[in-house]
Design a protein around this ligand. Structure first.
Ligand code: OAD
Length: 233
């Protein structure tokens, strides 16, 4: 596996945190922790019912204290420590399990539960505990802090950095994501376009499985450590 591979981009989704006890988004009932995504994850939802949206993310933030990284997060952190070439772990997850496992070359393209964003000036600050609506931004002094989550219709973070990494990649790996949400779902096509090898690790075939050269089906806690040992030889 590791012959000729120097630069790696890894995309992770909710499936990598499922075995830690965090719910995925698209369960069989189509709800996320009992809510329709459009009721808690859109700018319209925030405008309509700010209390509901803040409470929802307060509960998700509190839940982080009850869970720990699993073998898949640990394996990626080990890869991050040992891999001599370029590596970028792009997570769609808003939990903090990758960093708690020790991953450093990581970016959160859909935001972070442990961050609050000022809707007025754009400054983000680390946040623990509940985030009451209309909390004051320490940057501009306005009562405009909201969860630092990229809602549907908003631009994910660091797209230029992701695009540059994908264009330099020799290997693109997608782990535990349904491939239902763009632009992340399109990364495999960029990787293929530049000639990178493409590999999917998922419990079930995803919406974009057919774009990948290789798909391995099974739990992330087994497949990810196996892949990391292959890469590290
Ligand atoms: P989804 O819930 O859409 O998909 C999770 C995927 O993980 C599914 O394909 C499952 O089969 C797979 N899966 C579940 N358990 C697994 C396990 N133990 N090992 C491996 N795979 C497993 O979650 P995402 O694709 O991450 O956006 O969703 C993408 C985005 O949609 C999220 O980032 C979120 C949501 O709306 C925002 O919050 C902005």
């Amino acid at each position: 596996m590791n012959e000729d591979i120097r630069n790696i981009v890894i995309l992770t989704g909710a499936g990598i945190s499922a075995e830690s006890g965090l719910a995925t988004f698209r369960g069989p009932d189509g709800l996320w922790e009992g809510h329709r995504v459009e009721d808690v994850c859109t700018p319209e939802a925030l405008a309509r019912d700010v209390g509901l949206v803040h409470r929802f993310y307060d509960e998700r933030r509190a839940k982080l204290a009850e869970v720990v990284p699993n073998a898949a997060h640990e394996a990626l952190a080990a890869l991050d420590r040992a891999w001599a070439g370029d590596l970028l772990i792009v997570t769609q997850n808003v939990d903090d399990l990758h960093e708690r496992a020790g991953a450093r070359r990581l970016l959160h393209m859909h935001g972070e539960l442990k961050s609050a964003l000022c809707a007025a000036c754009g400054k983000a600050v680390a946040w623990a505990g509940p985030l009451p609506p209309a909390s004051i931004c320490e940057g501009c002094g306005r009562a405009a802090l909201r969860p630092d989550i990229v809602f549907f219709g908003e631009m994910p973070y660091e797209m230029d950095r992701i695009d540059t990494a994908l264009r330099d990649a020799d290997l693109f790996v997608s782990i535990g994501t349904s491939g239902a949400v763009y632009p992340a779902a399109g990364f495999v096509q960029t990787a293929r376009h530049v000639g990178a090898r493409t590999l999917e690790l998922n419990l079930d075939p995803s919406a974009g499985s057919f774009y990948f050269e290789e798909s391995r089906m099974g739990p992330a806690s087994e497949l990810v450590p196996e892949l990391v040992w292959e890469l590290l030889g």
